[in-house]
Design a protein around this ligand. Structure first.
Ligand code: ADP
Ligand code: TPW
Length: 573
């Protein structure tokens, strides 16, 4: 009789990780190879997973995070131990802060050596370090636990409030073998990873009562609403209620920015005046001035009532009292409100809505006047006036945006027309998301990507233009080059030879970077040149970098948030 175990088919840790990911519909890994995960990247590619290899782990991590936002499936970032892990960690923390589902999988050293601190190659107690910076962190020590480890990571990333998960995989795990059939049985296909969370009927009623009695209601849509993919219900809520709405930055396009009920161009007015505010997947954090103070009309705040839809119950009352908390998933909560409104719901009072739209229309006319100017040196407005028309003509394109002035002006000037098309610096206002987000947006959507980047912002992830060229992605990077952080005009106060801390090499040619890797580079000094180059990039789908030369005196320090600089804040007091 042949020895049965000798003929048994075997599998190993590498293949179990790959099979577990595939079983759960994960088709892409964003990462950077090296010991101990190089073979994992090779085998994953061989097994039909798309492996997008980056030049720095932070960019791979940012790519995974935004893939999670776009698809509701956790984006996977794969790194080597200690330094690679740490490089990925910023992205993991940023994903968690923004409520994007991602899983950082890092190879690590053997526990025996790490725990005795014996100085292994790239030794670090990664699990302990990751834990406070993400939603959940797990380690898998045995091949037969890989299925459970990946299932737990997926569930933790996408259920409830989405976030980042760390999964620690010591090198030895990958080469462990087990019998193939048993291996297969050990894998878990996660069922209903993000279950619907139906709001309690009395909480729906409480919210409807407040809305019904409102004299000056407002709906605020946040990136949670964009993530939820409840686009039709959200539109139904807005249109049936007749309430003006404001989109937060990444919720732009959830309803087209030219929608009749958009209050974007009357933002200060509606925030100060509204008496009932319905928050849909938006936190009352710094981006909304914590729900109080001058932005919210000062004294008027005492009469204002908030209704908040959020999946995280502890978000309620985090900054101000929430009169009607509606805890559940956005799709279920919004549908419950729409159903509860019945057939005869009275639309928002006309005196309020007409006051809002009158202000908005006036501001739109004013902005159009500014945009129609063509100053001798291209500035943010004249450049964006050209870009906004091209975005309008290509509503399926994804817009990635970072910088200070570049961010603020693009957000207010460039209208979005489809959901989840605007990806930006998010909750932290972090620089460095640009190329990672652009790569993933192109990989996930297959649509053109336009990345509008401040020259400083671009520098944080600029090396990934090689990645964009290598994978031949339809990404057009536009660098708003004004020679420095914020502006390029600062001088060294000491009179010394060094330039000021905010100043870069003047007249730098970022377009040549793209040419170095076989892409298209264009130096644009006028809106017409910029417009032509962007149109060509979209038509050809070729990796392109447009160095848009911007007046170095334009814009302000820190953009719209100058007041947060300690010096400015002190002077104001
Ligand atoms: P913004 O920056 O656009 O204002 P935030 O990131 O502050 O948005 O808020 C997003 C909110 O959406 C978070 O509080 C998060 O818990 C919530 N959220 C995310 N996904 C869902 C969902 N599917 N259902 C309900 N709430 C969600
Ligand atoms: C990780 C601080 C905020 S905005 C910015 C920096 C450095 C760059 C602004 O200059 P840029 O834009 O991009 O040229 P523009 O349009 O004004 O000319 N490090 C991190 N995140 C942040 N937010 C900073 C530093 C910062």
């Amino acid at each position: 009789m042949p020895n049965e175990s000798a003929t048994q088919e075997m599998t190993d840790g590498f293949h179990l990780v790959i099979d577990a990911l595939k079983l759960n519909g994960i088709d892409t890994i964003y990462g950077l190879p090296g010991i101990p995960i190089t073979d994992l990247t090779r085998m994953a590619q061989a097994e039909g997973i798309r492996v997008i290899s980056f030049r720095h782990e932070q960019n791979a991590g940012n790519a995974a995070a935004i893939a999670g936002f776009l698809t509701q499936k956790p984006g996977i970032c794969l790194t080597v131990s200690a330094p690679g892990f740490l490089n990925g960690l910023t992205a993991l923390a940023n994903a968690t802060t923004n409520c994007f589902p991602m899983i950082l999988i890092s190879g690590s050293s053997e526990r025996e050596i790490v725990d005795l601190q014996q100085g292994d190659y790239e030794e670090m107690d990664q699990l302990a370090i990751a834990k406070p910076l993400c939603k959940a962190a797990y380690r898998v020590l045995h091949a037969e636990d890989i299925g459970v480890g990946i299932a737990r990571a997926i569930r933790s990333a996408v259920s409830g409030r989405p976030g980042g998960v760390y999964l620690d995989m010591p090198a030895k795990l990958f080469s462990q073998t087990m019998e193939a059939q048993a291996g297969k049985r050990s894998l878990i296909k996660v069922v209903d990873a993000a279950p619907r969370q139906i709001p309690a009927p009395d909480s729906v009623q409480r919210a409807l009562t407040l809305l019904k009695d409102a004299k000056r209601p407002l709906i605020l849509l946040g990136k949670g609403a964009a993530y939820a993919q409840a686009d039709a219900s959200i539109r139904a809520l807005v249109e049936k209620s007749g309430i003006p709405y404001l989109p937060m930055s990444m919720a732009k396009g959830l309803l087209p920015d030219n929608h009749a009920q958009s209050a974007s161009a009357a933002r200060s007015y509606v925030l100060a005046e509204a008496d009932v505010v319905l928050l849909v997947g938006a936190r009352l954090n710094w981006l909304l001035s914590h729900g109080k103070g001058k932005t919210w009309g000062g004294d008027k705040a005492k009469d204002r009532k908030f209704i908040q839809i959020d999946i995280a119950p502890t978000e309620m009352d985090s900054n101000v009292a929430i009169a009607a908390p509606l805890v559940g998933d956005i799709g279920s909560c919004v549908s419950a409100l729409v159903d509860g409104m019945g057939a005869n719901w009275a639309k928002a009072p006309a005196d309020w809505t007409s006051a809002v739209y009158e202000r908005r229309d006036k501001n739109v006319v004013k902005m159009a006047e500014t945009l129609s100017k063509n100053p001798p040196v291209m500035n943010f407005h004249s450049a964006l006036a050209a870009i906004r028309e091209i975005v309008k003509a290509n509503p399926e394109a994804v817009l990635v945006n970072e910088g200070a002035n570049t961010l603020d002006f693009t957000r207010s000037i460039v209208d979005m027309y489809q959901p989840r098309k605007r990806l930006d610096v998010g909750t932290w206002g972090i620089m460095g998301i640009g190329m990672g987000y652009a790569v993933a947006a192109a990989v996930v959507t297959g649509k053109p990507v336009i990345a509008i980047e401040g020259d400083s912002a671009f520098g944080f992830s600029g090396m990934e233009v090689e990645t964009i060229c290598r994978y031949k992605l339809p990404v057009c990077v536009i660098v708003f080059n004004n020679n420095g952080v914020y502006r390029g005009t600062d001088v060294n106060p000491s009179g010394g030879a060094d330039v000021a801390p905010t100043v870069f090499v003047k007249g730098a040619r970022y377009d040549v970077m793209m040419e170095a890797f076989g892409g298209v580079g264009v130096n644009a000094t006028t809106p017409a040149e910029l417009s032509k180059a962007l149109k060509e990039a979209i038509a050809s789908g070729k990796p392109t970098l447009i160095n848009a030369v911007i007046d170095e005196t334009a814009g302000t320090e820190s953009g719209r948030i100058t007041s947060l600089n300690p010096q400015t804040a002190a002077q104001k007091k």
